[in-house]
Design a protein around this ligand. Structure first.
Ligand SMILES: [Zn+2]
Length: 284
């Protein structure tokens, strides 16, 4: 088998599977996720970055678009935010009034999948709202302002947008009694998945592309035309897009200059943080 084919179909399952094995094993010991989960998430993202150099989807997207430093800050800030959330969950574990419906006796992998499904439904709903409620769109627009798609775009988010997107699903999972280790494990897996989802890496999920939100379908979500970008909202699963009629697939790839926003956007990190509160333009 050619190396290209091997990487195209094998890289995602090997790397995502490796990270999953690590976090599941760590979760069974009931130890603090900090800093182990943040480090393994960074290792997964680094692997995606290397694969982009070996086998890019679009060579031009491997070059700086005046965005590399800003995106690195986004990655650090949002990974710290995720770690702080995981750490906080561990700190308050057992002290919050929660329901007793959580299936504690299930194998850890199934519990992580269940927590992931709850978080993913919340993310889908909030992501869709972020495209239709004006003030939420202004916070979310930073994510869509990327002029290229690559490994750091998964974390290119306004911290308030990240909290808005993940908040309801997290609260629901906690109230249902999901253990902190289970939620932290899914957040770590999701970070690596989001790196793949935005990766400038020529890979395929094969027949699973219609059910898991990989780069092949997610690139359609980043089209420059606002009307065209109302598809494939799913963060991990595309089941919600399928059920709600927002899944979109075409055999032809997205073009290099077809992603971004149709208006100028600041490049500096602090300017991006303030942009949502200054911009008046409506997209809808
Ligand atoms: Zn979006």
């Amino acid at each position: 088998m050619r190396l290209h084919t091997l990487l195209r179909y094998g890289a995602y399952p090997v790397i995502f599977g490796g990270v999953a094995t690590f976090v599941l094993a760590w979760s069974t010991f009931d130890r603090s996720p900090w800093p182990a989960f943040a480090l393994v998430a960074l290792a997964g993202l680094f692997a995606v970055a290397v694969l982009e150099r070996v086998q890019p989807f679009e060579p031009d997207w491997n070059h700086d678009h005046k965005d590399t430093v800003t995106d690195a800050v986004h990655v650090l800030v949002n990974l710290l935010l995720m770690s702080a959330t995981a750490y906080l969950l561990h700190g308050v574990a057992g002290r919050l009034p929660t329901m007793t419906v959580w299936p504690q006796s299930w194998p850890i992998a199934l519990q992580v999948l269940l927590a992931g499904a709850i978080l993913d439904v919340g993310l889908y709903a909030m992501h869709r709202m972020s495209h239709h409620v004006h003030w939420m769109w202004r916070l979310h627009a930073i994510h869509h302002s990327a002029e290229r798609l690559y490994w750091m775009n998964g974390e290119r988010r306004h911290p308030l947008s990240a909290l808005l997107l993940a908040g309801p699903g997290l609260v629901a999972a906690v109230l249902l009694g999901a253990p902190a280790a289970v939620i932290s494990a899914w957040l770590t897996l999701l970070t690596v998945h989001l790196g793949f989802q935005h990766a400038n890496f020529d890979y395929s999920l094969g027949p699973l592309r219609r059910w898991i939100g990989g780069a092949e379908l997610h690139r359609w979500h980043h089209r420059r035309d606002y009307a065209d970008a109302q598809v494939n909202f799913g963060e991990f699963w595309l089941i919600w897009d399928w059920l709600c009629g927002t899944r979109f697939d075409r055999p032809m790839p997205v073009q290099a200059d077809d992603v971004g926003l149709d208006e100028p956007f600041p490049h500096a990190y602090t300017a991006q943080l303030f942009w949502p509160f200054a911009s008046r333009r409506r997209h809808f």
